[in-house]
Design a protein around this ligand. Structure first.
Ligand SMILES: [Zn+2]
Length: 58
């Protein structure tokens, strides 16, 4: 996995399971500090992740 912003391979990957069972991955680049999320191979915005968490916290 290379960073889409700086193209460096210095990227960490962390798996998360959201409250509704959705499996997502959090990526962070040590080189340029870019951060992003991925679900089922597609990039998703952090706001979408937070929305799922919010909907299942009630
Ligand atoms: Zn980067």
């Amino acid at each position: 996995m290379n960073c889409p912003t700086c193209s460096q391979p210095d990227v960490i990957e962390i798996e998360h399971v959201l409250p509704d069972g959705t499996q997502v991955y959090f990526f962070a680049c040590h080189n340029c500090e870019e951060k992003w999320w991925n679900r089922d191979g597609e990039d998703i915005d952090i706001s979408q992740v937070l929305e799922i968490v919010r909907q299942h916290r009630a």
